[in-house]
Design a protein around this ligand. Structure first.
Ligand code: NAP
Length: 259
């Protein structure tokens, strides 16, 4: 037989960007239940991140809370350095690129440059910064033991979100392409890269975009007549991180209830 499979790995240490609330928090909790130690990154809400970390510890795993604005490359580098100090260089086995923002509903002809710049800085540049630092620790090219990256994109990359936030949809389109390219770039270096594209999920992100009831209000227009739950997205993310997905690479997995 000439098809060589890597040896199966135990879950190791995982960093979840934006792990304090919503999909990231659900992912951190489920990953801990599946045996991962979890570093929980957040931007502003320290209390939420600490709560998630406490839940991870209650599941018998190690947790670390790391504040960093992912749109600030220096802050991302400092966060990974802190992770190295706490858990050891090359300890990382997984990264979930989850931190992301929306903005209030607007047409493109109403968007100023500062808005679009912020959107891409956090959602796209932040993904590049986090993935680069993770690859330098996980990639066999860099002396790492391999690992997995899951990017959190959005079904918005397919639908474009007209009249709502085309800037957000375009930033998630970039995440799709980032996934496809990076997956092939590092495939021979022990790192798989995939993307989960949620549909409308019931989290606080909609309130931050000025539409707190969006998930509820959208339900009648959705194929399954309901929005998704954060833990339904987390299940796909944690599967992609796991050895059960050992030959899944460069996939864009819709978790959108058919939307
Ligand atoms: P959420 O409930 O608003 O939570 C966002 C999390 O990301 C929070 O922990 C937040 O930290 C963190 N975060 C935001 N900006 C950050 C930054 N600049 N640096 C570091 N952390 C930052 O959002 P969510 O709904 O779970 O969304 C998570 C991901 O799923 C995003 O990428 C989003 O685009 C994507 N998504 C969501 C939906 C949906 O319907 N909910 C649909 C498709 C895709 P703080 O707690 O400190 O603020």
């Amino acid at each position: 037989m000439n098809v060589r499979r890597p040896t199966e790995r135990e879950p190791g240490t995982l960093l979840v960007s934006g792990g304090g609330r919503g999909i990231g928090a659900a992912t951190a909790r489920l990953a801990a239940a599946r045996g991962w130690d979890v570093a929980v990154n957040y931007a502003r809400d320290a209390a939420a991140a600490e709560t998630v970390a406490a839940d991870v510890r209650a599941l018998g795993r190690r947790a670390l809370v790391l504040q960093a604005e992912v749109g600030d490359d220096a802050a991302v580098r400092a966060m990974f350095a802190e992770l190295d100090r706490a858990w050891g260089a090359h300890s990382l086995g997984g990264l979930v690129v989850n931190a992301g923002v929306v903005d209030v509903a607007a047409r493109v002809d109403e968007m100023d440059a500062a808005r679009v710049e912020r959107m891409f800085r956090i959602n796209v540049f932040g993904a590049f910064s986090c993935a680069r630092e993770a690859l330098r620790r996980m990639g066999t090219k860099h002396g790492g033991a391999g690992g997995a990256i899951v990017n959190v994109g959005s079904a918005a990359s397919r639908v474009g979100s007209p009249g709502q936030y085309v800037d957000y949809a375009a930033s998630k389109g970039a995440i799709d392409t980032f996934t496809l390219g990076l997956a092939r770039e590092v495939a021979a270096e022990g790192v798989r890269v995939n993307c989960v594209r949620p549909g409308i999920i019931d989290t606080e992100i909609h309130a931050s975009g000025g539409q707190p009831e969006r998930a509820l209000q959208a339900a009648p227009q959705l194929p399954m007549q309901r929005a998704g739950h954060a833990d339904e997205v987390a299940a796909a993310i944690v599967w992609l991180l796991s050895d059960a997905a050992s030959y899944v690479n460069g996939a864009l997995l819709d978790v959108s209830g058919g939307r």
